[in-house]
Design a protein around this ligand. Structure first.
Ligand code: GLN
Length: 192
C-alpha cells in the first residue's frame, strides 16, 4: 500500500489529504511535519498556501534538507501553487522566498494581478482528451523553463503545468475540483 506524504506546515493540507483519499482506495496518507517522515513516503505533495511561510517552516523544522535529498533521489513530488514556487530554481524580482531549486524553472509569483487573484480557466493539457477546468488562487506562472522541462498546459501563453522527471508542478489547485486527472497522472509517476 503506497504511503503518500502531504507536507503539512501551512496551506490547504486537508484538501489534499481528502483528494488523495478520494482517488485511491488503499492509499495511506501521512501529514508530514517532522524530520524522518519523508523517508517513509513513496511520494509527496507540496500544497498551496503562502510560500514565504512554508519556506520559513521548512528551514526551522529541519525538513528542507530531507526534501531536497528525496527529490534528487527520485521521489515523485506533486507541487501545487505555493509548492510550485518552492521547487523553482529562481523567483522573478522577489527576494521574500528562497526557493529550493529542484526544478529548472523561473517563477513569477502572484502573476495574475489583484483583479484576477482567483479565477477558473479551461486548460488544454498535453495527453488529455478534453479540457481540464483549473482553479487559480493568487497563482504563480512559470516564466522560463529549462531544456528538460516538459510544458503540459499554458494560460495566456505561459506555462501553468510542468513536469521534469519525478516532479509535477501545477500553478493551480487540483485538490479543489472533482476532476482527478492530474492526481491520476501523479499516481502513474509513482507506479513508473
Ligand atoms: N501567492 C502564493 C505564494 O506565492 C501562492 C498562492 C497559493 O498557493 N494559492 O506563496
Amino acid at each position: 500500500m503506497p504511503k503518500i506524504g502531504v507536507l503539512a506546515l501551512q496551506g490547504d493540507v486537508s484538501e489534499h489529504v481528502d483528494a488523495l483519499q478520494r482517488i485511491g482506495e488503499g492509499i495511506d496518507v501521512l501529514e508530514v511535519r517532522k524530520p524522518g517522515q519523508i523517508a517513509s513516503c513513496s511520494a509527496l505533495v507540496l500544497p498551496g498556501g503562502e510560500s514565504t511561510t512554508i519556506v520559513q517552516q521548512l528551514n526551522s523544522s529541519g525538513l528542507a534538507g530531507e526534501l531536497e535529498a528525496a527529490a534528487t533521489t527520485g521521489l515523485p513530488i506533486l507541487a501545487t501553487c505555493a509548492g510550485l514556487v518552492l521547487i523553482s530554481r529562481e523567483i522573478e524580482g522577489d527576494n521574500h522566498v528562497q526557493p529550493l531549486g529542484l526544478m529548472d524553472i523561473k517563477i513569477s509569483r502572484n502573476a495574475f494581478g489583484p483583479q484576477r487573484e482567483s479565477f477558473e480557466a479551461d486548460l488544454d493539457v498535453e495527453d488529455m482528451d478534453r479540457p481540464y477546468r483549473a482553479v487559480f488562487i493568487r497563482a504563480p506562472v512559470v516564466s522560463e523553463v529549462g531544456r528538460d522541462v516538459q510544458v503540459l498546459a499554458k494560460v495566456g501563453g505561459l506555462p501553468v503545468a510542468v513536469r521534469e522527471k519525478n516532479l509535477l508542478g501545477l500553478a493551480f489547485h487540483p485538490e479543489l475540483t472533482d476532476d482527478m486527472r492530474f492526481h491520476q497522472l501523479f499516481l502513474k509517476m509513482l507506479e513508473a
